[in-house]
Design a protein around this ligand. Sequence first.
Ligand code: DC
Length: 236
Amino acid sequence: MSESRFVVAIDGPAGSGKSTVTHLLAKRLGFAHIDTGALYRAIAYRATQMKTSLDDALALGKIATSAKLSFQWLNDRNQIFLDGENVSSMIRTPEISMAASKISAYAPVRDALLQLQRDLGARPPGAVLEGRDIGTVVFPNAEIKFYLNASVDSRARRRMVELEEKGTFLDFEEVKRQVVERDKGDMERKVAPLKKADDAIEVDTTNMNVEQVVDFLFALVQERRGLAQSGRSKGR
Ligand code: DC
């Protein structure tokens, strides 16, 4: 029997609170935190650096295949390394957000990142993965799946605060326009679009603060772990 591991899948649109919640939940569970959006962002960053056309799916797929991507905890933050370089802050600009959304629609890019996500998520004792297609494609058999959502205004407000903390100041309507445009692209693409898995638990975070969301998810994960453990002991 393989070593037991527990996968928590968290999907949802931009600004639904996934990153902060995943970070805290993973910490509380003692699990790995896998920010799959950072992988797409790192490829988008490399492509813009290399001046590769964002319409060239095959060239972008090659970049994704050859890129060496890994995560490391530094200063209590999950940092992403691309070919040995810490690119965590460079990938958080509005331009890279749009570019990541665009390149994530291409099958060669998604295919190149799929196995890496599965490998990262399969490490015991468990992992919390956040993204758009974790519960539908990357880990369709995840032990528990959540779909975080919130009103468009509150998602845009959260995104605006995140950008301001990093020194980028945009007006609210512009941030909202970007959030809506990105979600539309992520939901309407043909390959692995953003959607709630049938068996995902939907959580509307509009009127919840971070602690409330983390407490809620943590309680459900622990409850499911109890069930999953008794299932395993029966020979699963
Ligand atoms: O989660 P994020 O905002 O950092 O993700 C950036 C983009 O990457 C997002 O707009 C779509 C893409 N993405 C994806 O297609 N699939 C994932 N599992 C994660 C992100």
